[in-house]
Design a binder for this molecule. Structure first.
Ligand code: SAM
Length: 249
């Protein structure tokens, strides 16, 4: 039995909000173009990349992430899923990566390339062949949060960190991408993600109420839940954009 507080996120399928069945439909749509070379910038433990590789036999993929714990988790999963020969997970800074790909994935991780969404999209366009695809997952403001809500969100949250969805799509067009499909996650998909992030720690609390670390964990979880429900809940959305790279841009 685990005796120390487990790291969070172990209950999540992937580290971004979406219903896994909806993700499969997006992946099937991408797979129809038969991409052979795939890159995932800020891949986490690689779930989206693996789903695409499973949907396109023979395709190969590279995933890059700063967090060795995530790439280790991904390598174990790749092994279990028989993908080891077709995928390489690297620990590193995605902004330094160069290459040419039929499909790029950037999910909840545009800041890995640039904090400015327009500059991140321009960098992504440089990695994708003409006519290729980008799956771009990004948070955006559903409506502008008032200062009292902004104050409660994650430490130091600013209005400039996210943009309205229309501006994100305009930035994609300016970078040379056309919008092929758009999925905005529902509040229930967000809620499942927020609960999934801490679910294994909440379960641990139920079985270790008298553990010396239990009170500290409970306080951190209570504070995190306040940041979500009294902070970004209802103001921050998350969208999955399927984008096509316009030749000549
Ligand atoms: C919200 S997570 C999303 C992970 C994954 N794309 C998914 O949807 O499951 C963002 C990821 O970006 C990674 N990241 C942040 N900055 C990065 C950088 N400069 N280079 C590579 N990865 C980075 C983080 O380590 C984290 O795993």
């Amino acid at each position: 039995m685990t005796t120390s507080v487990p790291i969070n996120g172990l209950s999540l399928t992937l580290n971004s909000p979406i219903d896994p069945d909806r993700l499969d439909r997006i992946v099937a749509d991408l797979a129809a173009a038969r991409p052979q070379r795939i890159v995932d910038l800020g891949c986490g433990w690689g779930e989206v990349l693996f789903r695409v590789l499973e949907a396109v036999p023979g395709a190969t993929g590279v995933g890059i992430d700063l967090e060795p714990a995530d790439t280790d988790r991904g390598r174990d999963a790749a092994d279990r899923r028989g993908l080891t020969e077709r995928v390489r997970l690297e620990v590193g800074d995605a902004s330094a990566h160069r290459g040419t790909y039929d499909l790029a994935l950037s999910i909840g991780a545009h800041h890995a390339l640039d904090p400015d969404v327009g500059k991140a999209l321009t960098a992504l366009r440089g990695l994708v062949v003409d006519g290729g695809r980008l799956l771009f997952g990004i948070d955006y403001w559903l409506s502008e949060p008032p200062p009292e809500r902004l104050e409660i969100m994650w430490g130091g949250a600013t209005l400039a960190e996210s943009r309205p969805l229309g501006e994100v799509v305009d930035a994609a067009a300016a970078a040379g991408f056309r919008l092929l499909d758009l999925h905005e996650v529902s509040q229930s998909e967000w809620n499942a993600y927020e609960c999934g992030l801490v679910r294994n720690q909440e379960e641990w609390l139920l079985t270790h109420p008298d553990h010396p670390d239990a009170a500290g964990l409970r306080r951190r979880l209570d504070e995190g839940r306040r940041e979500w429900l009294a902070g970004h809940h209802g103001y921050l959305g998350f969208a999955w954009l399927t984008l096509g790279a316009l030749p000549g841009t």
